[in-house]
Design a protein around this ligand. Structure first.
Ligand SMILES: Nc1ncnc2c1ncn2[C@@H]1O[C@H](COP(=O)(O)OP(=O)(O)OP(=O)(O)O)[C@@H](O)[C@H]1O
Ligand SMILES: O=P(O)(O)OC[C@H]1O[C@H](OP(=O)(O)OP(=O)(O)O)[C@H](O)[C@@H]1O
Ligand SMILES: O=C(O)c1cccnc1
Length: 492
């Protein structure tokens, strides 16, 4: 799918912060067009006080970058912008430069659906620094949100276990793309289907749904509402039973279910949307089973989240088979943003000079950025489970004995035994602006999440005080970073 074309019918190339253009102009104007940079997009803390994050959004980003060029219309808009003196912000020559712009960076990224951890680059951009800067904001916009939602969906999947999980968030999501991106990321992270029909069409996600209270209220009685629905759609009957009296509603659903059965159809399910979902689902299950509707599903909705689902299933023996989750998922109610950042790791004056490593200092150790041209190596135990991740400098030779050090606490470190199996997570996506990556189908990305989740110890997946998976800097990169910190401190 082509997000820019299919979704908006317009180019998204101006979808960046103004300062990316003013800095780009600065490089152009002062003769720094050959200056190169390496940037890394990463986050510092898992969302939802959790112990893992699911990387998501890369396919959107690929689409954005493949379409990154500036039309006559777009450059005309930029040319119309004025500075504080009322004169054009950008000179004509820069506008001409943008008109001929061709994206030419190298991009490496972790595959969508990979379980990732703080400080690990999810996307690495290398190339003309002007271009690296222009794409900072869209990278963060796309990757932060979809990774947040995919992580939420993966948490819901942990709670729902083998039950069906439906995403019902469109009506409460943050606008149009907020809803579409959320439906995509929810499916990837762990939902089985969405109620969002456009997302279904655009992304190839299964669509599912029941009916609303308004359907029931628009008839003289609940019974006639169910009967009419069954008449219209005998192959898709999930009756919402809580408009008036839930137990009575279940009885009405059973009554219509018997007629459906007699006509060779099935009562697919009932939906509970209010009241005590544990008590009512237990009652409804008994009534349905007693009437011979053992395979009729019980769907629940109403402000559900991963904690409530886990509680209803594990503590209250709720008899719910299908969970419909809207607001808490699509609007990421308990944490509205993943604080991913995009930081420069090294610069060079032109492609033939040496990299100069860079760090951003901060009072908080966790906020000091990591230098270098980073890659992430994931080490595995012999049984295939993940052992630890190491962030290392790709252009330096690694020592024979590997030690990984937590960048915010050097006492937390780990030696990696020789010959440990590993995999490097950042994969080539663009080389000199050309796509070199085979974009996986959404189904494959979704399967990757399930497979990835199975590779990690259950401790990192628990909701309260999760275990911290070991991630650190390779020792020589850690030393380089420490030396840079000292150098800057001595300059003060
Ligand atoms: N057994 C339960 N244990 C814990 N929380 C529950 C249980 N059953 C329902 N809930 C949750 O309690 C909250 C309140 O539900 P309730 O139906 O009482 O109020 P409501 O949403 O205002 O109902 P209505 O839609 O009828 O106005 C919802 O978030 C619901 O998911
Ligand atoms: O609670 P959420 O997790 O956000 O799930 C979506 C909610 O949206 C619908 O309610 P709404 O009152 O909008 O419409 P309805 O008349 O169909 O219930 C649905 O019945 C759910 O309760
Ligand atoms: O199909 C449903 O039951 C549905 C869809 C959107 C929101 N709430 C419920």
């Amino acid at each position: 799918m082509n997000i820019t074309k299919d979704l908006y019918g317009t180019s998204l190339s101006l979808l960046t912060d103004l300062y990316q253009f003013t800095m780009a102009y600065g490089y152009w104007k002062t003769g720094h067009l050959n200056k190169e940079g390496v940037f890394h997009a990463y986050f510092r803390k898992h969302p939802f006080k959790g112990g893992f994050t699911v990387a998501c959004g890369l396919d959107y980003l690929i689409d954005f970058l493949q379409n990154l060029k500036f039309s006559a219309d777009e450059v005309a808009y930029l040319a119309s912008l004025n500075g504080s003196d009322g004169k054009p912000l950008f000179e004509e020559g820069f506008i001409d430069y943008l008109r001929d712009f061709k994206f030419s960076c190298d991009i490496e990224a972790v595959a969508e659906g990979t379980v990732v951890f703080p400080n690990e680059p999810l996307v690495r951009v290398k190339g003309p620094i002007l271009e690296c800067m222009l794409i900072e904001t869209p990278i963060l916009n796309i990757i932060n949100f979809q990774s947040l939602i995919a992580t939420k969906a993966a948490r819901l999947r942990l709670s729902a276990k083998d039950d069906q999980l439906l995403e019902f968030g469109l009506r409460r999501a943050q606008g149009i793309d907020g809803s579409l991106a959320a439906s995509r990321a929810s499916y990837i992270g762990g939902c089985d289907a969405t109620s969002n029909v456009l997302a279904g069409k655009l992304f190839g996600i299964p669509v599912k749904g029941t009916h609303a209270h308004s359907w029931v209220m628009s008839f003289d009685s609940e019974l006639s509402a169910f009967e009419t629905y069954a008449e219209a759609m005998p192959n898709n009957c999930v009756f919402l039973v809580d408009t008036y009296d839930t137990i009575q509603g279940v009885a009405h659903a059973i009554e219509v279910g018997k007629k459906l059965k007699a006509q060779g159809h099935e009562l697919n399910g009932i939906r509970l949307d209010s009241g005590d979902l544990a008590y009512l689902s237990i009652q409804a299950r008994e009534m349905l089973d007693h009437a011979g509707f053992e395979s009729t599903a019980i769907v629940a909705s109403n402000d559900l989240d991963e904690y409530l689902i886990a509680n209803l299933k594990n503590e209250q023996n709720a008899q719910i088979n299908i969970w419909g989750v809207g607001t808490k998922l699509a609007a990421s109610f308990d944490q509205p943003a993943l604080g991913g950042v995009y930081k420069i790791g090294a610069v060079k004056e032109n492609k033939d000079s040496h990299w100069k490593y860079k760090i951003k200092l901060s009072e908080q150790l966790i906020k000091v950025s990591n230098p270098g041209i980073q890659q992430v190596r994931r080490y595995y135990y012999p049984d295939g489970q993940c052992m630890a991740d190491m962030i290392f400098d790709e252009i330096e030779e690694l020592p024979t004995k590997i030690k990984v050090i937590d960048p915010s606490d050097s006492f937390r470190n780990k030696r990696i035994p020789d010959y440990t199996e590993y995999e490097d997570l950042l994969q080539p996506i663009f080389k000199k602006g050309d796509l070199v990556y085979k974009r996986p189908e959404i189904k494959e990305i979704k399967e990757r999440v399930a497979q990835q989740m199975s590779l990690f110890h259950s401790g990192i997946k628990r909701f309260s005080n999760p275990h911290i998976y070991p991630v650190g800097l390779e020792e020589s990169l850690y030393d380089k970073k420490s030396a840079l910190i000292l150098m800057h401190k001595n300059e003060e």
